[in-house]
Ligand binder design. Structure first.
Ligand SMILES: NC(=O)C1=CN([C@@H]2O[C@H](COP(=O)(O)OP(=O)(O)OC[C@H]3O[C@@H](n4cnc5c(N)ncnc54)[C@H](OP(=O)(O)O)[C@@H]3O)[C@@H](O)[C@H]2O)C=CC1
Ligand SMILES: O=C(O)C1=N[C@H](C(=O)O)C[C@H](O)C1
Length: 237
């Protein structure tokens, strides 16, 4: 993702690439000496929080695509941002516009269905499961169902092998598939008696994330504080 973002920023009118960093570089010193206004982080779950801390410390806005963020780590970013008014951090588990729409549609639909489960499918080099996108989708679905007073999805399973029913994200079952040949895919299955709605998004190429990343770079400075999810900086009506 890092090298794809480098090419996308270089090609984007009005943006200038002033630095590209690798593991082991001093993030704070590098962005300061390059005069960066915005930094983009696509690294690994174990490195991203420290990178964001260094960026906020340097007063540089951050656009973050790395997944694996815990709510405690997000709270730490919020607390640090409270000491740096004007600095914006936008963390989005998925920058593909179609994926953001799929999540939004799923949350909207979830109140009308008795059952809902999420399946994410990725390349086998991915280090975290379930995907950040699937977690974010399940959280949005759970919040929409709670707000509408919809109960848990019915499930009579009483005998099971560990993992057979997937992970529980705020009461929504999330299943992760890792398969050579895949890129990034998500299905949200919604069921009622006698009907099923399937919402599916496929990223076939990493290019799919670039319009969202470039948009985030352009607008992050207008959103001080912490924003989680690209949907909050898009006009989705
Ligand atoms: N939000 C979105 O739309 C998307 C999010 N992602 C997420 O982005 C992240 C990266 O994905 P991807 O590019 O496929 O992963 P890769 O494993 O291909 O790349 C991760 C890169 O991070 C580097 N790295 C490791 N540690 C550090 C560090 N401490 N500081 C700086 N760089 C470091 C690695 O360097 P080295 O090889 O030297 O170890 C590697 O080049 C993942 O969390 C993935 O889930 C992916 C696609 C879209
Ligand atoms: O690791 C990936 O490839 C991806 N990671 C993100 C996630 O965890 O949701 C976004 C996209 O699914 C690709």
């Amino acid at each position: 993702m890092g090298s794809t973002v480098v090419r996308a920023v270089e090609a984007a009118p009005g943006l200038e690439l002033v630095a590209a960093l690798d593991a082991g570089d001093d993030v704070g010193a590098a962005v300061t000496s390059a005069g960066a206004q915005v930094a983009v982080d696509f690294t690994v779950p174990s490195a991203t929080a420290e990178n964001v801390r260094a960026l906020v410390d340097a007063g540089v806005h951050a656009v973050v695509g790395t997944t694996g963020w815990t709510s405690a780590a997000l709270d730490t970013v919020r607390a640090q941002l409270a000491t740096r008014p004007g600095v914006g951090v936008l963390i989005a588990p998925n920058f593909a516009l179609g994926a953001v729409l799929a999540m939004t549609f799923a949350a909207r639909a979830a109140r009308y269905f008795e059952s809902v489960e999420v399946v994410e499918l990725h390349h086998p080099d991915k280090v975290d499961a379930p995907s950040g996108t699937a977690r974010h989708t399940a959280q949005a679905i759970a919040a929409a169902r709670a707000q509408a007073g919809v109960g848990p999805s019915p499930d009579a399973t009483s005998t099971t092998l560990d993992g057979a029913r997937g992970a529980d994200v705020d009461g929504v079952r999330v299943h992760a598939v890792r398969l050579r040949g895949l890129t990034a895919h998500e299905e949200i299955l919604l069921g009622n008696r006698g009907e099923q709605l399937t919402i599916r998004h496929d990223s076939f190429d990493r290019e799919s994330f670039m319009p969202g990343v470039v948009h985030a770079v352009r607008v992050v400075a207008d959103h001080p504080g912490l924003t989680v999810g690209l949907e909050h900086v898009l006009d989705l009506g």
